[in-house]
Design a protein around this ligand. Structure first.
Ligand code: IMP
Ligand code: MG
Length: 179
């Protein structure tokens, strides 16, 4: 796998520092609130596991699987729910946990869906932010790192379901995805 990575953007120590700081900020901001972390599978699974342990206030967790309709490059951005939440959201302060905020279409659509379920509040926490790629007016409330417009893998992020288990974040060599 390593040989497919052009460059390491964030190593394990840098990632752990970023996540620790995010957890501390969230713990401060959500003190006394009814925090529910919602992880969007599969990309956010490693970030979620680390982030929740960096949060030192009571919280609950749940998981969703969504997929976008049609070809991603031309889609309207509407998402289809493949696996829904198990919890009634009424009264919860939702924090959506994502691996990367790219065009923003997935999260915009998901926020719309969750917003109809009467939560107390909804915010976005993303490990990575690619602001150059944004197609809709959406910004993260918490973003671990801003990265340039390059295809990254590792720390949960995949290319064709591979590389999620790399412990660092790397830029994938172009020849891998243009093959
Ligand atoms: P969007 O913000 O709706 O465009 O989609 C975000 C999703 O696209 C993420 O949850 C990832 O699954 C995927 N994605 C976007 N950029 C990358 C990348 O650089 N590497 C791996 N997955 C990516
Ligand atoms: Mg993906």
């Amino acid at each position: 796998m390593k040989e497919d990575v052009k460059e390491i953007l964030l190593d394990e120590n840098q990632i752990s520092e970023i996540v620790k700081n995010m957890g501390a900020q969230i713990s401060k901001d959500y003190k006394g609130k009814n925090l529910l972390l919602i992880s969007v599978l599969k990309g956010s699974v490693i970030f979620m596991a680390d982030l929740m342990r960096a949060i030192d206030i009571p919280c609950k967790i749940d998981f969703m699987v969504v997929s976008s309709y049609g070809d991603k490059s031309v889609s309207s951005g509407a998402v289809k729910i493949i696996k829904d939440l198990d919890i009634n959201l009424s009264g919860y302060d939702l924090l959506i946990v994502e691996d990367i905020l790219d065009t923003g279409r997935t999260l915009q659509s998901l926020m719309g869906i969750l917003g109809t379920r009467n939560p107390n509040s909804i915010k976005i926490c993303t490990f990575l932010d690619k602001p150059d790629r944004r197609a809709v007016p959406l910004s993260a409330d918490y973003a671990g790192a801003q990265i340039p417009d390059e295809f990254v893998v590792g720390y949960g992020l995949d290319y064709d379901e591979k590389y999620r288990n790399l412990p660092y974040l790397g830029v994938l060599k172009k020849e891998i995805y243009s093959e």
